[in-house]
Design a protein around this ligand. Structure first.
Ligand code: UD1
Length: 357
């Protein structure tokens, strides 16, 4: 069976890596073409991850770049459809996560009559203000094979009327990548310069439109975080956030830096006293690394990171108090959700082999 593996944006790369690796051991039965839509194109958001995670160079880069939601999604659709028209057609398209590349390629594949598989199917925040929620629901409405990472995702799919034999609970390929590369995590260059100490600093990431697109509320949020502690706060800045953060914003213990590579970023996370973020993926990684995580969102599509893991939702009004709690050592301890054991890629490929017969 020939499968197109689709990647587009940073959080896709660590999900596809273990799947591609597991497929490489079954080359006689499964072959893949790695298609990068080019949604993320900066070296720090894309190439550095391929290098760190040993992902093969994409067979095709659609080079779509940035744009409005509609422009980006439409451009990916046009270019992926052209690829399917011009070159050999796969039997199946496999998409991961919830970014615009996920939905765009899902629509094109389904309309061309290809089988469609979705890894990380069934996650729901039930928050229609997030473009990712629209991408998740619309992708799952088209999908044939649903690979799930959490029990709550299985329930959400059953509630949509998806048949049991289409739902394959496989665990979390992002955690395969985390566990597989944990021994290679490495300190970023500034570790010594800033004299950072294990558990003596905070890592902060922000990139959600609701938190960063309005400059004034972004600055107010950062002020709250800064006033919570005198610990150094390491802040790798996503390009979207960089655009909206005025140069004039200053806080002596806030250390902005460019986006980090996978191995450097997770070295920071593992050694952080706590992580403050609005990313869903990072709340999964902190759960496994047993690091307190404060998620600056009103909801999460990964509820088990809160009920089983180290994650708590917070907002601008209570983030300072929660940081204080985490730094005082009174945070809950996490336990891994079921099947987050580093074997998800193998399970996905075992199912694909079964479906290819
Ligand atoms: C996208 C995903 C989001 C994911 C995030 C991780 C969607 C709807 N959103 O959001 O779910 O959590 O990736 O980073 O798919 N830019 C660059 N260089 C790049 C890419 C983007 O400078 O390589 C800038 C562009 O100006 C662009 C902005 O960042 O307009 C946002 O990029 P975009 O891909 O639209 O969405 P993200 O915010 O990265």
């Amino acid at each position: 069976m020939k499968i197109d593996l689709i990647v587009g944006a940073r959080p896709n790369f660590m999900k596809i890596a273990p799947i591609a690796q597991a497929m490489d051991t079954h080359k006689d039965k499964l072959s893949y073409r790695l298609v990068h839509t080019g949604q993320h194109y900066d070296h720090t958001l894309s190439d550095a991850f391929f290098r760190d995670l040993g992902i093969p160079t994409p067979d095709v880069n659609l080079g779509v770049g940035s744009g409005s939601q509609a422009e980006q999604t439409a451009n990916i659709m046009v270019r992926y459809e052209r690829l399917l028209n011009q070159h050999r057609r796969p039997d199946m398209t496999l998409v991961v996560g919830d970014v615009n590349s996920t939905l765009a390629c899902a629509i094109v594949a389904k309309k061309r009559g290809l089988k469609l598989a979705h890894v990380e199917a069934g996650l729901r925040s039930f928050d229609w203000t997030m473009p990712e929620e629209i991408n998740r629901v619309a992708t799952d409405a088209l999908c044939d094979l649903f690979f799930t990472t959490l029990p709550s995702a299985n329930e959400n799919l059953k509630n949509m009327g998806i048949a049991d034999d289409q739902i394959m609970f496989v665990g979390n390929p992002m955690i395969d990548t985390l566990l597989g590369h944990r021994s290679r995590f490495k300190a970023p260059d500034f570790w010594d310069v800033l004299q950072l100490q294990p558990k003596g600093f905070i890592t902060l990431t922000l990139h959600r439109p609701a938190n960063v697109d309005d400059t004034q509320s972004l600055c107010l949020l950062l002020e709250e975080i800064c006033k919570a502690t005198t610990y150094p706060i390491i802040f790798p800045i996503h390009p979207r956030t960089r655009k909206n953060l005025p140069d004039a914003f200053q806080c002596s213990h806030l250390h902005p830096c460019p986006p980090l590579s996978y191995l450097e970023f997770n070295y920071l996370v593992e050694n952080s006293a706590c992580v403050v973020t609005d990313s869903g993926g990072i709340s999964e990684e902190t759960t496994i690394l047993n690091v307190p995580c404060l998620t600056l969102r009103p909801n999460t599509e990964r509820p088990e990171t809160v009920t089983m893991g180290t994650n708590e939702l917070c907002d601008r009004d209570n983030v300072a108090e929660r940081i204080g709690l985490a730094l005082s050592g009174q945070w809950k301890k996490g336990s891994p959700p079921p099947l987050w054991d580093g074997e998800a890629g193998d399970r996905i490929v075992a199912h694909l082999l079964r479906w290819s017969k």
